[in-house]
Each structure stands twice: as structure tokens, then as C-alpha cells.
Design a protein around this ligand. Structure first.
Ligand code: NAP
Length: 271
């Protein structure tokens, strides 16, 4: 009687070593804005589980503490900073307090965002200013604060979360689409400035993801189904769909990818 050779145990450590070389974030420090909810929270979890020490920045303490407690319970290193990124002073305070936990970051993820959606005719200057401040100005200011240091140290990863509405108008893109269009252009400018010194700057572009950001739209089953039907995969996005792309773009494996917008949208944008 022949028996199957046992599964070769020496393969696993070799594979693990190779995967670590490519993707491990061990020893890296990450700052994730909006890391207490939705896409940002899934990215925070992914970076932390890949080895990074992560500082989560948002306003509401309950979401921040829940995120950090979840991660520390899994043996990850995480800390939080409560700050309002809608003012320049708030951004500056956030940055200064963020470095107190683990030092200067190697990875910056800008996921904090707002989408206020008034029809264009009713879009006030206040809505315009608030949208630009959180969605575009805060990523710019945090880039100015952390990008040069990353470049000086020779390694950095900046990752922005944009939107389909940077590329096409739908569901009242208003100021939001304009802010996200600017954000993608900002990523290219940052890439131009800092990539020669090891800092890559890229964008993840979601499709429709059911998070608190779009609670109103998510509560309409017909609209949700219609959006799912517009994807190629046949479903809307989940926050965890961003985990792999975020780890990849934060890791050594993506060192030759910069200035790019990567669509994590189930094919929505190409259907
Ligand atoms: N969900 C989607 O379908 C979708 C589609 C395209 C793009 N996006 C983009 O993906 C990113 C994440 O969205 P999400 O769906 O994950 O949204 P979410 O669940 O609403 O999370 C937004 C995060 O940003 C934080 N935030 C908002 N305003 C802030 C401020 N002034 N200062 C500091 N933090 C602030 C929130 O925390 P606090 O409220 O506690 O401050 C929260 O942590 C956003 O940039 C969004 O534009 C989402």
C-alpha cells in the first residue's frame, strides 16, 4: 500500500520569510486619519496586523478607543489621538500628538472624509469650505508635516482614499467630487516630490462601500442593489476589501508604484 508523502513542513517558514520580506510592516509606524470607522478602520486593522504600530486619528473618542482596544487585545500596537481635522490648527495638533505615541510615521493614510451632498444649487460656501478642509487640506498639511521627514529617512508610504466622484459625477458629487479630484492630483504632486527619496504616494479609489459615511444611501435597498449591479463582481464593497491593497501599498513590495490611483471597486469604474 502506498501512502501520500506527509505535507512538507519546511515549505511554510520559507514562504513566510518571503512574504515577510515583501509585505511585513514590522518596525514601521503608521498614522491613519479616519481610522476609527469604515474603510479607515479596516485599513488600521490590516496595517497593525501586518506589524505596524498604528496611531488612529479622528474626533469621537468612543470609536477611537474601541478601535485601539480591539487591536491591543490581538497583541497589536495601537494608540489614538482625538482631533478635528477640519481646521489647520486641529491638523497641526493632531500631527504633534500623533508622533508622541511611537515617533515619526513611515506610513500616512488619509481616510478621514466627509460627504455632505447638497444639490449643486444649494451648495453653500460653508459646505464647500468644510469639504475642502477635511478631504483635501488636511491630507495636504499632513503630507507637508510628514513627507519631508520620510524622504530624509529614505522610506515612506502615503496613501489617500479618494472616490469614483474624482472621475465621474453621480449622487450629487458637488464639492465632494472636486475635493477628491484634487486629492488624486495632490498624490501625484507628492509622488513627484518625494518618490526619488523612497516615499511613494498613491490613492485607493473605492466604489460604493456600506459605511456610516453613506448611511442614507445604504438604507435604500433598491439603490444598494442597483449599485451592486453596476459592479462586475456583483456586490458592493466591504471595508475589509481595502486590507490587502493597503498593506501592499504600505509595504516594501510596492516600492516602484507611485502616483497611482488604484480602484478597489469590484469593477464599478470599468463597467
Ligand atoms: N463608503 C464609501 O462608499 C466611500 C466611497 C468612496 C470614497 N470613500 C472615502 O473613504 C474614506 C473613508 O470613508 P468611510 O466610508 O470609511 O467613512 P466613515 O465610516 O464615515 O469614516 C470617516 C472617518 O473620518 C473621521 N472624520 C470625519 N471628519 C473628521 C474630522 N473633521 N476630523 C477628524 N476625523 C474626521 C470619522 O471619525 P469622527 O466622525 O469621529 O471624527 C471617521 O473615523 C473617506 O475619505 C471617503 O470619502 C468612501
Amino acid at each position: 500500500m502506498t501512502t501520500q508523502p506527509p505535507h512538507q513542513p519546511q515549505t511554510a517558514p520559507r514562504t513566510q520569510g518571503y512574504l515577510s520580506e515583501l509585505f511585513s510592516l514590522e518596525g514601521r509606524v503608521a498614522v491613519v486619519t479616519g481610522g476609527s470607522s469604515g474603510i479607515g478602520r479596516a485599513i488600521t486593522r490590516a496595517l497593525a496586523r501586518a506589524g505596524a504600530s498604528v496611531v488612529v486619528v479622528a474626533r469621537t473618542e468612543a470609536g477611537l478607543t474601541a478601535t485601539v482596544e480591539e487591536l491591543t487585545a490581538q497583541g497589536c500596537r495601537a494608540a489614538w489621538v482625538s482631533a478635528d481635522l477640519s481646521t489647520r490648527e486641529g491638523v497641526r495638533t493632531a500631527a504633534e500628538r500623533a508622533v508622541e505615541a511611537f515617533g515619526e510615521p513611515d506610513i500616512l493614510v488619509n481616510s478621514a472624509g466627509i460627504n455632505l451632498r447638497p444639490p449643486m444649487d444649494e451648495l453653500t460656501e460653508d459646505v464647500w469650505d468644510a469639504t475642502m478642509a477635511v478631504n483635501l487640506e488636511a491630507p495636504f498639511l499632513l503630507g507637508q508635516r510628514f513627507g519631508p521627514g520620510m524622504a530624509e529617512r529614505g522610506y515612506g508610504r502615503i496613501l489617500h482614499i479618494s472616490s469614483q466622484q474624482a472621475h465621474r459625477a453621480f449622487v450629487q458629487s458637488g464639492a465632494y467630487g472636486a475635493s477628491k479630484g484634487g486629492l488624486e492630483a495632490l498624490a501625484r504632486s507628492q509622488a513627484e516630490a518625494w518618490s526619488p527619496r523612497g516615499v511613494t504616494c498613491n490613492v485607493l479609489v473605492p466604489g460604493f462601500v456600506m459605511t456610516p459615511l453613506n448611511a442614507r444611501l445604504s438604507s435604500d435597498p433598491e439603490k444598494v442593489a442597483a449599485l451592486a449591479a453596476r459592479t462586475m463582481i456583483g456586490r458592493n464593497g466591504l471595508a475589509d476589501d481595502f486590507a490587502g491593497a493597503a498593506v501592499f501599498l504600505a509595504s516594501p513590495a510596492s516600492s516602484y508604484i507611485t502616483g497611482q490611483s488604484v480602484f478597489v471597486d469590484g469593477g464599478l469604474s470599468v463597467h
